[in-house]
Design a protein around this ligand. Structure first.
Ligand code: ADP
Ligand code: ZN
Length: 715
């Protein structure tokens, strides 16, 4: 089937309201339209769905979408229907009557996309139904979502997926489109084979997620307070907080609730009902935050998760990538912060030690060390993550803490020499804790028992804290400058590089953690703040509409659409239709309602006509805040400007004739005295005025009243 290039763009706008394809989408869609098989490996949020939805709409016949998760189907279908597209799903959650009438609609040709669970699809009676569909309307394709489920090597094998290969035998001419976000070569191979894909168009996207900001923070002793502060800095966006254990999940969720943050727990120890209720309340924005173990996530399709925090170290890096990757599926900026304390290592090691199988333990240890590479790494976080997926990333991403704010490197060669010679003096038979004890001059029983209190290195490291020595020790290990046994005792021993250090042939630099301020990208841009207010307003309108329809808010509009509305403030249906994410159906359904709200908002924001024509935007914004009753320091604080700048704004506005009530800033007596003075002496410099009037009068007061006088006297 041939579709001219711009026709595809036109269809994208018409059905989904987007102007441009994301990388890979257009090629996949073209291949699908040409009747080819497809294997697309794209990270979460890359926009897989449109790749099979658009061909389904453009081709005659029905497209079958195989999806493993019932909750996910519902959401996808809701979103399609909201775009005015004939879509439905069939799964075990439906009663007979409903299922029957949906099948009827399909036979009538009203449906372009049908979502089914694999076990349903492969039932003989259902295949019979499909045969009927084929002879009446044709089947335009099978889209296999989460295709990695066919592979035992993937993290989510589902035996039912194995039967999908029978589709190939039964419908050899119908193209198959396989989609997944799981990357390993082994899984890809399996998908190709199991689904019998025939010379497919392959798309392997980069696993880089440019809109995610990655950061690792040292978890402090008062870690809950630190977490709370980080949450508050996210300005109310939806977020997931991952914890290691159920107990921690309950604890954190409980504390957040008592701090009046809408949060719910989620872990495998809860009943199914409770879990799905909490999940739904999160998806529908009834609560801001879900605190969860890794049990939460698979099938969470919520596109507007604005942050994912790991309160404790994750067990492996692939898991971390997938969990953090649940943020920002909509392509909007989102924050992924890992709070890391070295004490996490012991917790995970304890779990590893409980594993019965030695091979499993080895794998788990290796995974732990990869996670530590990430957490303690001083390179670009993306470089570390992507290298794990076999991708080389050049670094300098400007979207991670190490790139934006490189950790200071310090030369710790001398400390390293002390540390390593202590390892040597202790006969290379002890672990890090003991070495540090000796360095710090401990008189502990164990130190005395081995006579280590008599070593020349005993007490030579008192100048550094235990934590600092640990930092050094781990960094040496991490950089391969000292070794440790893997027999479970972690005995330190010297390697060639260690000896080079001891012989002063090699220098040691380590990254020392800096205190991280909780700055959350505050923009002192007034337009941005106004847009933020409108965004909040539109968000609550969206929530209301979504609740009325019983769908998640993002089905109504994505965050990015609301943001564009807030920034552009469209006033006509025509310009509303230009907003990304507004297609024909949404324009009809929501256009006037949103326009009315935007109009209303704009009016409530407009400064009074008497002063609106004066001053620059930034001065106007200051004035708005001033009129809301904020005092100078408050305005300065909110806008991130200096108080004198705020005063200058007001002074300039007064001189331009804006009505500014300065009684709040200058007492009536002072005003009278200054006006008197100026009337007698005429225009004067502020310094001269102050010399004459005295130190009681501040420059700010003089400036403001002089502005008033200039206007009054027509200067
Ligand atoms: P995936 O299944 O790959 O995780 P989705 O198909 O759910 O991703 O898409 C993620 C988000 O990106 C959705 O909100 C979707 O509407 C949006 N999206 C997809 N394609 C585009 C596009 N071309 N332009 C703008 N947004 C898009
Ligand atoms: Zn980076």
């Amino acid at each position: 089937m041939f579709v001219p290039a711009d026709a595809l763009e036109g269809a994208l706008k018409q059905f989904f309201g987007y102007d441009r394809f994301r990388p890979g989408q257009r090629e996949i869609i073209a291949a699908a339209l040409a009747g080819r098989d497809v294997l697309a490996i794209m990270p979460t949020g890359a926009g897989k769905s449109i790749c099979f939805q658009l061909p389904a709409l453009l081709k005659p016949g029905l497209t079958i979408v195989v999806s493993p998760l019932i909750a996910l189907m519902q959401d996808q279908v809701d979103a399609l229907v909201d775009n005015g597209i004939g879509a439905t799903f069939l799964n075990s959650s439906l009663d007979w009557e409903t299922a029957r009438s949906r099948q009827e609609a399909i036979l009538q040709g009203e449906i372009k996309l049908l979502y089914v669970a694999p076990e349903r699809l492969m039932g003989e009676s259902f295949l019979g139904f499909l045969d009927q569909v084929r002879s009446r309307h044709g089947i335009s394709g099978f889209a296999i979502d989460e295709a990695h489920c066919v592979s035992e090597w993937g993290h989510d094998f589902r035996p039912e997926y194995r039967q999908l290969q029978n589709l190939r035998h039964r419908y050899p001419d119908v193209p198959m489109f396989a989609f997944t976000a799981t990357a390993t070569g082994r899984v890809q191979q399996d998908i190709l084979q199991q689904l019998r894909l025939n010379n497919p168009h392959r798309h392997l996207a980069s696993f880089n997620r440019p809109n995610l900001y990655y950061e690792v923070r040292k978890r402090e002793k008062q870690s809950y307070g630190q977490l709370l502060q980080a949450i508050r800095a996210q300005k109310g966006g939806s977020g997931i907080i991952y914890c290691f254990s159920r107990r921690k999940v309950e604890e954190v969720a409980g504390r957040l609730q008592s701090d009046r943050i809408a949060a719910l727990p989620y872990h495998a120890g809860m009943s199914n009902d409770q879990r799905s209720e909490n999940q739904n309340r999160f998806i529908r924005d009834d609560v801001q935050i879900i605190v969860a173990t890794i049990a939460f996530g698979m099938g969470i399709n919520k596109p507007d998760v604005r942050f994912v925090f790991h309160y404790q170290l994750p067990r492996n890096l692939e898991g971390y990538y997938q969990e953090a990757g649940r943020a920002g599926r909509d392509g909007e900026p989102a924050n992924c912060i890992l709070f890391y304390s070295p004490s996490d290592i012991h917790t995970i090691e304890y779990v590893i030690d409980q594993k019965p199988d030695e091979q499993e333990q080895r794998i788990a240890r290796q995974q732990l060390s990869q996670v530590l590479d990430y957490a303690e790494g001083i390179e670009c976080r993306r470089t570390i993550q992507l290298s794990y997926f076999g991708e080389t990333f050049p670094g300098n991403c400007q979207g991670c803490d190490n790139c934006c704010n490189p950790p200071p490197l310090e030369d710790w060669t001398v400390e390293a020499q002390k540390f390593l010679s202590c390892v040597a003096r202790c006969q290379q038979r002890f672990g890090m804790t003991h070495i540090i004890d000796v360095l710090r001059g401990s008189k502990a029983e164990k130190v005395r028992k081995y006579g280590h209190d008599r070593l020349s290195t005993h007490g030579i490291g008192k100048n550094r804290s235990v934590d600092q020595w640990k930092l050094l020790g781990r960094s040496l290990l991490h950089q391969g400058l000292v070794s440790e046994t893997s027999n479970g005792f972690r005995v330190l021993f010297l390697n060639d590089k260690s000896w080079e250090i001891l012989r002063s042939q090699r220098q040691v630099t380590i990254a020392v953690p800096r205190r991280i301020t909780g700055k959350a990208g505050t923009r002192d841009n007034e337009r941005a703040m106004v847009a933020e207010l409108l965004f909040e307003e539109l968000r609550s309108l969206r929530k209301q509409l979504a609740d009325e329809q019983g769908v998640p808010p993002y089905v109504v509009f994505a965050d990015s659409s609301l943001r564009a509305m807030a920034q552009q403030q469209p006033r006509t249906l025509g310009s509303f239709g230009q907003i990304p994410g507004v297609g024909e159906a949404k324009l009809k359904r929501y256009g006037s309602l949103f326009l009315a709200h935007i109009e209303q908002f704009a009016q409530s924001q407009a400064p009074e006509p008497s002063s609106s024509s004066f001053g620059t935007d930034t001065q106007q914004f200051t004035l708005q805040l001033y009129k809301q009753g904020l005092n100078i320091p408050e305005i300065a604080d909110q806008r991130g400007l200096r108080p004198t700048t705020i005063i200058r704004h007001l002074g300039d506005l007064i001189e331009q004739g804006a009505s500014v009530d300065i009684d709040r800033l200058v007492s009536p007596e002072h005003q009278a005295a200054i006006l008197d003075y100026l009337t007698q002496h005429g225009e004067q410099s502020l310094t001269l005025m102050r010399e004459c009037l005295g130190e009681d009068y501040s420059f700010d007061e003089l400036r403001l009243v002089r502005g008033k006088w200039r206007i009054m006297s027509g200067k």
